[in-house]
Design a protein around this ligand. Sequence first.
Ligand SMILES: [Zn+2]
Length: 119
Amino acid sequence: MDELTEAQAQALHAALLALKEQLEQQLQQAESAAKPVQLDQTLLGRVSRMDAMQQQSVALSTKGHANVTLKKVLAALNAHAKGEYGYCRRCDEPIGFGRLQAQPESSLCLKCQSQIDDQ
Ligand SMILES: [Zn+2]
């Protein structure tokens, strides 16, 4: 894989910042949706309560996923600041612009990622 050009690194940095903002918004929304279900049983039937609980569990899983991705994005931004962004943290080879474009938070090259996935 080729190393990133300056322009590519800048484009990916912008993508990381946008992703960070998007995830933070998602987390805020999930935060309010994941509040404990408190419904007045006299006003709402059993079905509505089930609906609310379903929504709550979806919100919780969204939140978990967004949290994990946000951590990766922050780590990538940190690596960017140190000039280490774009290199595989397992084998130190450049990760490649194509892969980073699709997943700017990647910290592993495709080869190492697939080896980890196989385990
Ligand atoms: Zn690697």
